[in-house]
Ligand binder design. Sequence first.
Ligand code: GLA
Length: 516
Amino acid sequence: MAAHAAVPPIMGWSSWNTYRVDISDSLIMRQADAMVELGLDSAGYRYVNIDDGYSGGRDMSTGRLTFHPKRFPHGLKPVVDHIHRLGLKAGIYSDAGANTCGNFWDNDSLGRNTGLYGHDADDCRMLFGELGFDFIKVDFCGGDPKQNTQHLQLDPQQRYREIRRAIDATGRTDVRMNVCRWDYPGTWVRDVADSWRTTSDISCSWESVKSIIAENLYLSAYAGDGHHNDMDMLEVGRSLTPEEDRTHMGIWCMMASPLLIGCDLTRLRPESLRLLKNHDLIALNQDSAGMQTYVTKADRGTYILVRDLTDKNGTERAVAFYNPTDSARVMWISLYDISLAGLVKVRDLMEQTDCDDLTGGLLIAEVPAHGTKIYRLKADRRLFRTKYEAETAFLPTYQELENPIATGTAYYREDARCSGGMCAAQLGGTQHNCLIWENIIVPADGFYDLAVSCLSDTPTHFFLTGNGMGHELTTTGSSDVQRVTARVYLHAGPNRITIFNHTAPIPDIDCMEIRL
Ligand code: GLA
């Protein structure tokens, strides 16, 4: 299948992790210079992002945004121009509400009333028209009553849509926007942003990195085609162990997250620079198939992740063995289980070395505690996948801002009875609340048995459609996983399968298997 040229995640540097609000024009320009001196720009890092701390309040009479008199005495224009002269791109920060987060959490008194709220058009004209910024991260403390002194409560979807319209109204078509709402906000976010934060703020600790990875394991259906789950700025090069730094960088690349370096570039250790410039990992992050990885095997706290490279459903794939546990583990997967056959070339992306070729059998490695191995595989042949987990399916109502039980939206939940230990829950009842597998590939046109595994205590009906044909499925009611089968006509190549019931709840869905 032809590659889809998806816009890759942004790469660059951002001021927040090391400096919080203590930034200045000279500091930002020094970091931009260092990015070029260290050759990080040629490795792909192009954006220099000024995070919170630059604002100086608003002009009382005009409402115009001003800049911090001590930190940016000459304003932002000389800084943006300096960044652009280096051939780089410049990024900025704001808030969807009235206050920035630094105003509330870091006592940054001049950040009061400097968010976009009430000023979308003027601020966007200034930031992208006059000053020439190329990227904006839009935070939400000012819209969350617990994080702003005015107790302003704003609707995120409405605010972010308004802001996107204001950016577009400047005439700039190249401004990339990041939504910073600290949880996956909902499927609407794809219309407004290139990337969106999926978790609360990263900190420089293994616990933080591990929990962010855990929160992103089941979000692959929401990324792709130029849209990215943002796992937050990198802590690489600060105080994690070398093994943890490698896992952090490697999994951010595997997950196609934006890569924004967060350390002081003028004091980067050689091994951190080598890791950040690892061109094999960067190629994985920026891969043209534009997909995020998904879990293909979960085993006693370890995870094997897989992802297509270059072409969707082609013969190149990346596989990561991720061991967040506190002891070394031997991990393995059969090539059959990742749908590759024939002679398979294997490259170790962390070590940047070629391994012995494989012909069938297992890919196997000992992975240290907190460690990750990542391989790029190129096979003679791609096999057809016969099993699709519900935790890799797209749930149109999925969101993490509100408790799904309260809002009646679908979510993924752990259940030891299910394959992969996960299922999709609380589906059905409305037209929108369905489950979609977008990319079900079969070798040839024809009828296939699709066996849906589900959990249903009581007899239930629900429906499955493929290629416009509906099929009713009926469960009998059992405390164990049940299989119900529909015989469906599928076309060679990708098919969309939807599971729905517009009027009644659907059993929790575990997975679907295709029988030829
Ligand atoms: C929030 C964001 C952080 C950072 C700070 C700035 O906490 O999530 O990434 O931008 O605000 O105050």
